[in-house]
Design a protein around this ligand. Structure first.
Ligand code: F6R
Length: 614
């Protein structure tokens, strides 16, 4: 999804800081990039389709060291096309027809067509197909020397979402930023200030950040940060201190962020659980939920809303709540939930799960739930993200930044969090102390269980190589491993581009079995959990259609070799936690298949890390 970075100050080389910032935003997924630099003599805008390195090349081709020597302000952008194809004209920054201002924008201006018609009727000519160019012209029309007032006046005419950064040709020492529905973070420096759409470009320069709220508008200059609302009333926002360091967002010597993130799961899961086990009361301490045992007793129903991988985690959570509590649970695709007429009341707890905390559909779902009076909580990774802030109560994963577009450590930490939540709810109700103790001790083994799977990655890589030329794949599982089959298939398709479907093992014979033959491998999750015998039966159905079978099985299961061509071993553990080591094997499998096929693993085509449009 689109990314923004900006800098004002005299301490740094502006083109370098902008390009470096854009590189740190690459993980979000994008298709073009651009920058605008304010100079005493005017404003330079440079854009390019494709990757940031193209922009860099273009800049250096026309760049003399002296050109930007005295520059004090710059903004830059990576664009993920929404209005008009990814090309140079549609790339940001956009300027107005008089070239007075330059603007970068994340989000979508819903009423841009009518604004464009109005501006066209007064003679303004547009070069691009974007909604952003319309906003640039609207700001320019309002501009009479005070950029902040012009931006506020223009935004008052706009419906939709935006995170924006604007500079003016005649004020080459300030940036005006504003947000509504699209995140903007300000980096606080000494005699300098930074802006970005998330914290990763800011980390090398400052750990002090301010998250803007919706309808905030702010002027950044060397002399400070002037925070206001749209009615020009000064507002105060807390300065947060970020403990992620810049290295945490780098690859640590691995070929891909995805591999680094798969391998750091023992640590990520430990961080998720750190300080949260209450051995005395045999429960989980999740203070951010802000729910007393009495509040929990009042919850008559739980609805989990999420998208993609987070949705699959939610599906595992449904099993947890149903096994450990007496509370009925429904798991909803956030996009669908929002457009139905969900029946919610004060006794319903809606749990939004989102790694980024910015997914538009999930955000819309919680807004709907709040409006209908439900209790709303979230499970997010990104601290200070919109979903986390809007729900007000929830649990952070503390998994560290997830840069690879394919979500890995967020999934395992979400599942661990859901198990802790179900433990907390269970212990406030019918779950016995001894059953609770068993869950805590299984949770505490998780980092080690994952390490054991990681130790077998060479074997998984060999199996992956063998199947890497397949065109289609099925993943099947039952019980706790059914959502894991869905997640394993999602991982394979998104990074290797192999068509892969996750199915409940029993559903295969209700249709998809027609597709099986010797060219369609089936990955069957056949660990020792209830339902294993039936999965073995389903494997037989696949083999009878000549499908090669790869199975996950519990360490030491000699029998499985009779049923499967290849086996990925998963350490012995209780059914509760088995989704976590099992999914790690599937993540590695997908990773090595994609690597074998030479795919761009961290930035798969057509995908974005944070999906902030519906
Ligand atoms: C898959 C993936 C996506 C996300 C989905 C929700 O690997 O990353 O399916 O899980 O876009 O994103 P979040 O969790 O940020 O709401």
């Amino acid at each position: 999804m689109c990314g923004i970075v900006g800098y004002v100050g005299a301490k740094r080389n502006i083109p370098e800081i902008l390009l470096e910032g854009l590189k740190r935003l690459e993980y979000r997924g994008y298709d073009s990039a651009g920058l605008a630099i304010g100079l005493d003599s005017g404003m330079e805008i440079l854009k390019s389709p494709g990757k940031v390195k193209e922009l860099d090349r273009k800049l250096k081709a026309g760049w003399t060291q002296d050109k930007f020597k005295n520059a004090k302000v710059g903004i830059a952008h990576t664009r993920w096309a929404t209005h008009g194809p990814p090309n140079e004209v549609n790339a940001h920054p956009h300027s107005d027809s008089k070239n007075r201002i330059a603007l970068v924008h994340n989000g979508i201006i819903d009423n841009y067509s009518e604004l464009k018609a109005r501006l066209s009727s007064i003679g303004i000519k547009f070069k691009s197909e974007t909604d952003t160019e319309v906003l640039a012209n609207l700001i320019s029309e309002c501009y009479e020397g005070d950029l902040c007032s012009a931006v506020a006046a223009a935004l008052k005419q706009v419906t939709g979402t935006y995170g924006i950064a604007v500079i003016a040709k005649d004020q080459p020492d300030k940036i005006v930023v504003a947000r509504k529905g699209s995140p903007i973070v300000i980096g606080v420096g000494d005699d300098e200030a930074f802006v970005a759409s998330d914290i990763s470009p800011l980390l090398p320069y400052t750990k002090r950040v301010i998250y803007l709220d919706d309808n905030d508008i702010t002027v950044l200059s060397r002399s400070g940060i002037d925070l206001r609302n749209m009615d020009n009333v000064p507002v105060t926002r807390e300065i947060a201190h970020i403990d992620w360091d810049a290295n945490a967002a780098e690859k640590d010597g691995r070929e891909h962020f995805m591999l680094k993130e798969i391998e750091e799961q023992p640590l990520a899961i430990s961080n998720t659980m750190r300080g949260r086990m209450d051995h005395n009361l045999v429960t989980a301490k999740l203070d951010g939920l802000n729910l007393t045992p009495r509040d929990i007793a009042g919850v008559s129903r739980i609805v989990i809303a999420a998208c993609g991988t987070s949705l699959h985690a939610g599906m595992v959570g449904e099993y947890y709540f149903e096994d450990l509590t007496s509370t009925p649970v429904e798991v909803e695709q956030a996009a669908e939930f929002r457009y139905r007429n969900p029946i919610l009341d004060r006794d319903t707890l809606v749990i939004a799960i989102s790694q980024s905390g910015e997914t538009a559909d999930t955000l819309a779902a919680i807004r709907e739930a709040k409006q209908k009076g439900a209790l709303v909580a979230s499970i997010c990774n990104v601290v200070g993200s919109t979903i986390a802030r809007e729900t007000g109560r929830g649990v952070y994963l503390h998994a560290g930044p997830e840069i690879g577009v394919a979500s890995t450590k967020a999934f395992t930490c979400q599942v661990a969090t859901l198990l802790m939540m179900a433990l907390k709810f269970g212990r406030a109700g019918r779950l016995s102390r001894s059953a609770g103790q068993k869950i805590i001790s299984e949770l505490e083994k998780l980092p080690d269980l994952v390490r054991q799977v990681l130790d077998s990655s060479d074997k998984i890589a060999r199996i992956a190589k063998k199947y890497s030329s397949a065109k289609d794949f099925f993943y099947i599982g039952r019980g706790y491993l059914y959502p894991v089959a869905l997640e394993g298939a999602l991982k394979l398709k998104e990074i290797s581009y192999i068509h892969a479907e996750g199915y409940h093992a029993a559903e295969l014979k209700h249709g998809p079995i027609a597709l099986l033959d010797e060219n369609v491998p089936v990955l069957a999750l056949a660990n020792n959990i209830p339902g294993k015998d039936k999965v073995i039966g389903n494997i037989q159905e696949c083999r009878a259609r000549k499908s090669p079978v790869i199975a996950t099985a519990t360490f030491g299961d000699k029998d499985i070799l009779k049923h499967a061509d290849d086996v990925m071993e998963i350490p012995e553990c209780s059914d509760f936690v088995t989704p976590i080591p099992t999914v790690v094997a599937l993540q590695l499998f997908a990773y090595y298949v994609a690597r074998e096929r030479g795919c761009p693993i961290d930035q798969p085509r057509n995908l974005a890390k944070s999906v902030t449009v519906e």
